[in-house]
Design a protein around this ligand. Structure first.
Ligand SMILES: [Zn+2]
Ligand SMILES: [Zn+2]
Length: 335
C-alpha cells in the first residue's frame, strides 16, 4: 500500500466524520493527515517497520494505528464501521483509478483572484506534480471580494500567462475562468469573452438556497450554455457546515450529459462535492466528470490524489474523467 492509497483511506474517513458536526475536529485531523501523506508520499512500509509513523506531520497515535492496520491488512475497520453507520457500505462495482495516469488539473486559482500564489508558482506546482497541463481558472467579476476578472484583466492575464508558459514549458497552461452562474442561470461574462478562453467552468457560488424549481431552471440554463465545459462543485455544499443547492438533479445531470458538460468532483476536503452517491447517479445518467483540486496554492494540488476515492467509490472509470485525457484529446473535449 503506497502513501496515496493510504491518503485516500484517511481522506474518506475525514469526509465521513465531517458529516457529523460533533466530529468536526477529528474530521479535520484525518483530512490534514491525508493531505500530508499526499504531499510528502513517504515510504510508509519502512516507517511502519521502524515504528515511526507518528513522525509524520499531522499523524498522532490514533491515525498512526489506522495507517498501520491498512498497511498490514489492506483495510481499515474504522473506515468500514463509519461506512456502515453512514449507510454507504463498500460495493463490488467500484472503479480502479491510477493517479500516475492523471494528466492535469483544470480548475485552479492564482493571485489574479483569490489564490494565494502567483501563476508562476502554480505552474511550477503543477510541474512538480508531473502534470502536462493546468487550467488557470480564476473567478469572474461578480465575486467582488475576490477581485474577479473582467475582459480587460483577462487580457492582461493572458500576457502574463505567455511569460509563465515560457518559463514552465513542460506544463501547457490553459487560460480559463470559473464563471459565476447568476441567479437566473445566465453567466457572469459575455459569450464573446468566454469563447476566447480554453476552459470555462461554470459554478454556483451565491444564492445556493434558491427554491428548487428556480434552482433547477438556473442549473439547466447553465448546462445548456454552449460555451460551458464543466460545472464546478455542482451543489456548492460544504459537508458539516453548509447545505448545498437543491434542484432536480436528474433533469440537470441528464441535460449535462446530453450537452457533454462535465460535472466536477471538487477534491477540496471542505467541499468534496458531488458525493459518492450523487456522482454514481450522474454516471448512470451518462455524465462525464472532471476531478479537480480547486487549488488556491501549489500544495493544494495534492487534494486530487487524496480525494479521488470519491470517483472510485462512485464507480467512475478513467475514460469518463477529463483529467485522464492527454492534452490533444482534452482540447478536443473542451472545444
Ligand atoms: Zn468555486
Ligand atoms: Zn474555484
Amino acid at each position: 500500500m503506497d502513501a496515496i492509497a493510504a491518503a485516500q483511506v484517511l481522506s474518506e474517513i475525514g469526509y465521513l466524520l465531517r458529516q457529523d458536526p460533533d466530529e468536526k475536529f477529528r474530521a479535520k485531523a484525518f483530512s490534514a493527515a491525508a493531505w500530508s501523506l499526499a504531499i510528502e508520499r513517504p515510504d510508509l512500509e519502512s516507517l511502519h517497520s521502524r515504528n515511526e509513523l507518528t513522525s509524520l506531520e499531522g499523524v498522532g497515535a490514533g491515525i498512526a494505528k489506522v495507517i498501520a492496520e491498512v498497511l498490514e491488512t489492506g483495510h481499515s475497520r474504522y473506515l468500514e464501521r463509519l461506512r456502515e453507520q453512514m449507510k454507504q457500505p463498500a460495493r463490488d462495482d467500484e472503479s480502479v483509478l491510477d493517479f500516475s495516469k492523471y494528466k492535469g488539473d483544470v480548475h485552479s486559482h492564482s493571485t489574479w483572484s483569490d489564490g494565494k500564489s502567483t501563476m508562476l508558482d502554480m505552474a511550477r506546482g503543477a510541474e512538480a506534480m508531473g502534470y502536462t497541463y493546468l487550467g488557470v481558472t480564476d473567478h469572474s467579476p461578480r465575486i467582488k471580494v475576490v477581485n474577479g476578472l473582467d475582459a480587460d484583466r483577462l487580457l492582461a492575464q493572458s500576457r502574463e500567462m505567455a511569460e509563465v508558459q515560457a518559463q514552465v514549458p513542460g506544463v501547457a497552461l490553459l487560460q480559463g475562468i470559473e464563471v459565476d452562474i447568476l441567479e437566473d442561470g445566465s453567466l457572469d461574462l459575455p459569450d464573446m469573452v468566454l469563447e476566447l478562453l480554453d476552459v470555462v467552468i461554470a459554478s454556483p457560488h451565491m444564492k445556493l438556497r434558491q427554491e428548487p424549481a428556480a434552482m433547477t431552471e438556473r442549473m439547466l440554463r447553465a448546462v445548456s450554455h454552449p460555451l460551458v465545459d464543466v460545472i464546478g462543485h455542482p451543489t456548492g455544499r460544504r459537508p458539516g457546515s453548509r447545505e448545498g443547492a437543491n434542484y432536480d438533479f436528474e433533469a440537470v445531470f441528464k441535460e449535462a450529459a446530453r450537452n457533454h458538460v462535465a460535472l466536477e468532483i471538487d477534491c477540496d476536503p471542505a467541499r468534496m462535492d458531488l458525493s459518492p452517491e450523487m456522482a454514481r447517479f450522474a454516471l448512470e445518467l451518462g455524465c462525464n466528470f472532471s476531478l479537480d483540486a480547486d487549488a488556491h496554492a501549489p500544495a493544494e494540488f495534492a487534494y486530487v490524489p487524496m480525494g479521488m476515492w470519491m470517483a472510485r467509490r462512485a464507480g467512475i472509470p478513467m475514460d469518463r474523467i477529463l483529467n485522464f485525457l492527454p492534452l490533444d484529446e482534452l482540447t478536443d473535449a473542451l472545444s
